[in-house]
Design a protein around this ligand. Structure first.
Ligand SMILES: [Zn+2]
Length: 623
């Protein structure tokens, strides 16, 4: 049923009569959001296929070309409303060759500008000629020195959550799925890749064609252009990276084909054809982004010991939870991420064993507890799985709640009904909701229909507490592992002896060091940190997870000898997860805040806007 506000339609029609082509810049109309985060009126008109033809200009830092929407009319309304932010739209043509008298909505700094395109009842295609501008937050243009090999520039996109609209005019809401194709023209010495069927080597024309025949949501639109090479891992998977570290990437991710087999055995065949991973330059703000067919990943997973590849398990799991079955809105983000953390944990268990999986879970639950402690004070409502992010940046929902509380909820259900029934249920869930979107309420109904067999189970499931309650229900599962126990005992022993014992850490993996560092005494001194550094060589570690915990501790205790490597780390790495705790620890004291601000001034040109924005907020400065 249409919820399109009457007043808006009337106003738009009036403006349509009142102004001619070219006057749209002065004729802005007040357009209400159709969902909590999008102007797109998919209830009236829906994109079924999108065709892009874009040229990549590194000098102007601009994408320019056309976006053609193949559309389906859902009602008799003849207005199509798209999302855009910072896009310069030059012309809109309909498929009969006529020029559409398009208008813009009033600009909103977060949601951008609605593009109102009057259609004819018979219109099947809408063709927009446009270019991006310098504010396009989805695009990160790297100069050669910001790349690994330092030879060529690099471009990558990050569309999630609502940044696709900064490089493509479209309905930027996850419940609109469409297939897409593209023709990308880039400098001849570079290779272009998308979240689609991809080339495996450079050609001489600099022109690449892409096809994504399965319907995806806008936040999964992705493009990368750079000096990129490919190495196959098996017939269905491989890795892309700059040539200078392609071999180490391939070595680190050698378990990928096995992960794909294990994942398919769990919850159904891999649904997207190929699965490849592109390892990006260090400024990529996230661990990974599950762009279909081509995960974008941070180089910080290249630890040299394959200890951080659970991140690939996570992005791979998104091929089912998120990409195949998608959250209907960003309020239901936990349906993407909680399921993915659960699925990731199952893949890790299948490949590396139960204790390793439990160890990862235990460490994450520790993180959730710390997050909850803070959030229950500052924003208790945001500790619900089903969020209300109306009018807010959906990135506010990108917390441990969606990921870890979501994971624990599913773990709780697994324990309630037993793994066998739970796995059958999940297979059914992925089958029924394939290439569809789902919200929290619908998932609750699906549980009632397909999982619970007795009234007692319904009571024990405590769905309302989990989905709509704040904090963590008392009966939440508590994962425990032998490896974590060792790390905990080592930390306890240290609290009494205050002497490092490297023998205790023999054979430890990354996560054990992390747990150890996170459980250091509150009153630890700089001399004691010095002794720890001498024994374990934390400051010189090549492992970003360990470095992050170590520098956070060093910043808190004001351990100066670690500051030079800490600054080098903060300048080199752009992954928000690693930047945030270190800058937060620094900002806890006035002198730390001063140091943090000085480092940020030097480092920020290398950060993606997603990271720069978060850090600027922590430091109370402009990004
Ligand atoms: Zn994820």
């Amino acid at each position: 049923m249409s919820r399109f506000p009457y007043t808006f339609l009337g106003l738009a029609a009036l403006l349509g009569l009142a102004c001619g082509p070219g006057k749209h810049s002065v004729q802005r109309v007040s357009v209400p959001l159709r969902t909590d985060h999008s102007y797109g009126n998919a209830e009236q008109v829906r994109t079924t296929h999108l065709h892009l033809e874009l040229a990549v200009d590194f000098n102007k830092k601009r994408l320019s070309g056309t976006a053609t929407h193949h559309i389906e009319h859902k009602s008799t309304d003849t207005m199509m409303v798209l999302d855009s932010r910072g896009l310069v739209i030059e012309e809109v043509l309909l498929d009969d060759g006529s020029s559409a008298n398009f208008r813009f909505g009033i600009e909103d700094t977060l949601f951008g500008t609605a593009v109102l395109i009057p259609l004819k009842p018979e219109t099947k295609k809408v063709h927009l000629r446009y270019h991006t501008d310098s504010t396009a937050e989805a695009l990160q243009w790297l100069s050669p020195v910001q790349t690994h090999d330092r030879q060529h520039p690099f471009l990558f996109t990050q569309s999630q959550a609502i940044l696709a609209r900064t490089w493509i005019p479209l309905m930027d809401r996850p419940d609109v799925r469409f297939t897409y194709s593209a023709k990308i023209t880039c400098p001849k010495e570079l290779l272009a890749l998308m979240s689609a069927a991809n080339p495996q080597q450079r050609n001489d024309s600099g022109i690449y064609h892409f096809d994504m025949p399965q319907p995806v949501s806008s936040y999964l639109m992705a493009l990368a252009v750079g000096d990129i090479s490919f190495k196959s891992l098996d017939s269905l998977s491989g890795v892309y990276a700059e040539p200078g570290f392609l071999d180490s990437v391939a070595w680190e991710l050698a378990d990928m084909p096995n992960m794909i087999k294990k994942a398919s055995a769990l919850y159904g065949d891999y649904p997207w054809g190929r699965y490849d991973v592109l390892v990006l330059p260090p400024s990529f703000p996230f661990g990974g982004m599950e762009n279909p067919r081509l995960t974008f990943a941070t180089p910080t997973i290249i630890a040299g010991d394959r200890s951080l590849t659970s991140l690939v398990a996570h992005e791979l799991a998104h091929s089912w939870s998120g990409n195949l079955v998608t959250n209907a809105s960003w309020n239901d983000f936990w349906l993407n991420e909680g399921f993915t953390v659960y699925f990731e944990n199952r893949i890790v268990e299948a490949v590396y064993g139960k204790d390793f999986a439990d160890m990862c879970a235990e460490l994450e639950v520790g993180e959730l507890e710390r997050t909850l402690e803070r959030m229950m004070r500052e924003a208790p409502k945001d500790t619900r799985l089903a969020l209300n992010l109306k009018g807010r940046n959906p990135d506010d929902g990108l917390t441990d709640i969606a990921y870890i509380k979501g994971f624990l909820f599913l773990k709780h259900l697994e324990q309630l009904v037993g793994r066998h029934r739970w796995d059958d249920f999940l297979k059914e869930y992925f089958r029924v909701y394939s290439f569809k979107t789902i919200n929290t309420e619908a998932f609750k109904d699906f549980l009632h229909e397909h999982l619970f067999q007795t009234a007692k189970e319904v009571v024990y499931a405590q769905l309302k507490d989990w989905m709509y309650g704040e904090g963590l229900p008392a009966q939440a599962p508590k994962p425990a592992s032998e490896r974590m126990k060792q790390a905990r005992e080592a930390a306890l022993k240290y609290q009494t002896t205050r002497k490092p014992d490297p023998l205790m850490a023999k054979g430890w993996v990354t996560q054990q060091y992390q747990h150890f560092l996170r459980n250091m005494p509150k009153d630890i001194s700089t001399a004691e940190l010095d002794a720890l550094d001498q024994s374990f060589g934390f400051s010189k570690s090549g492992n970003a997870e360990v470095l992050c915990d170590w520098f956070t501790l060093a910043a808190r205790v004001w351990y100066r000898p670690a500051f030079a490597p800490m600054e080098a780390f903060l300048v080199r790495v752009g992954r928000r997860k690693f930047l945030k705790p270190v800058y937060e620890a620094l900002s806890a004291t006035p002198k730390g805040l001063e140091l943090g601000r000085a480092i940020f001034r030097r480092a920020k040109s290398g950060y993606h806007s997603v990271s720069a924005g978060t850090i600027a907020e922590i430091l109370g400065v402009k990004s």
